[in-house]
Design a protein around this ligand. Structure first.
Ligand code: PMV
Length: 308
């Protein structure tokens, strides 16, 4: 049996501006993960069992543009695998879908690593990341690549499009509460709307993206130096810019307000916006109370995570 696992992720700073070449910071969320198990099988075919998405099917019966079929077929094509082996592939995930926690990227990365290892051609992180980015592009329009990168390396990442990958060290661990609005929103649509704003008023939005880029840069320095107290203000500032970009929503704003009111050091939406998750930076002893306040303010569920 071959096993592989990949964590969820959360964007700390810089979403949307990252699409325009500015830096963003993202960290793995190890409390949630996608897991893949592969077994050789006596039964003909490649059987996929993914209970969370109600999928139990043989590879050839899936539409060719199905994300799971794309990963397997493209890998087999690239590595010239022929004839196809008989396999049982079990895919499970605890990462909420369509909420900015990187569930798609985590399934792609775990599945890619497991298939490659099982067939005897293990891939390096660089190869897994490049392949997963190609798969992300099939489903998310013009993704920056931040999701597949942080999920592949499972380390904090300072990400800039078309630049070498930079992972970084956390000087002092810090605690986040991640709260889900329960609203699933398509990142692709939010990205397209921001593009329309940018097309109409380029210089205004370039200035906003620059400011967000500076926030990401400053935040990375603060995190590396263990000066976590600076992060709260940067989060609040970043959220303000995301509101201007129209990617927040009443539900996200309500959760951000509730977190700050309950004593969070800072809070912002995370990811594509419009729905999905927000994050609050909290002192560890206040994490439970803030999580409760977020649920009272409408959060469907919360995750407490330590960034190490
Ligand atoms: O919604 P998420 O967590 O997949 O993040 C999207 C981040 C964006 O910057 C909005 C888009 C991208 O491709 O980087």
């Amino acid at each position: 049996m071959t096993k592989s696992s990949a964590p969820g992720k959360i964007i700390l700073f810089g979403e949307h501006a990252v699409v325009y070449g500015r830096p963003a910071l993202a960290v793995p969320v190890t409390q949630v993960h996608a897991d893949v198990d592969i077994l050789d099988s006596a039964r003909a075919g490649i059987w996929i069992d993914a209970p969370e998405v109600n999928l139990r099917a043989e590879l050839n019966t899936l539409p060719s543009d199905h994300p799971i079929a794309s990963v397997i077929n493209n890998l087999f094509f690239l590595r010239r695998v022929s004839p196809f082996p008989n396999l049982e592939i079990k895919i499970s995930s605890t990462i909420p879908v369509a909420s900015g926690l990187g569930s798609g990227a985590a399934v792609t990365v775990a599945l890619t690593r497991a298939v490659a290892a099982h067939l005897g051609f293990p891939m390096t992180d660089e190869e897994v990341n490049a392949f997963s980015y190609e798969i992300e592009k099939l489903y998310h329009g013009t993704p920056s690549g931040i999701d597949n990168t942080v999920v592949t390396y499972a380390r904090p990442v300072y990400f800039m499009k078309n630049a070498p990958i930079q992972t970084f060290k956390v000087g002092q661990p810090f605690t986040l509460v991640i709260a889900d609005t329960g609203i699933s929103a398509l990142t692709k649509e939010a990205v397209e709307d921001v593009r329309r704003l940018w097309m109409n008023e380029r210089s205004r939005w370039e200035t906003v993206f620059d400011k967000i880029g500076e926030i990401s840069f400053t935040a990375r320095r603060a995190i590396e130096a263990g000066k976590n107290e600076l992060l709260g203000e940067l989060m609040n500032e970043n959220h303000g810019y995301l509101q201007k970009m129209t990617v927040s929503s009443p539900e996200l704003d309500r959760l951000v307000e509730a977190a700050l009111h309950a004593g969070a050091v800072g809070a912002k939406l995370s990811g594509g916006g419009r729905g999905g998750n927000m994050i609050a930076l909290v002192e560890p002893e206040k994490a439970e109370a803030i999580s409760l306040s977020l649920k009272r303010a409408g959060a469907k569920h919360t995750i407490l995570t330590q960034v190490l």
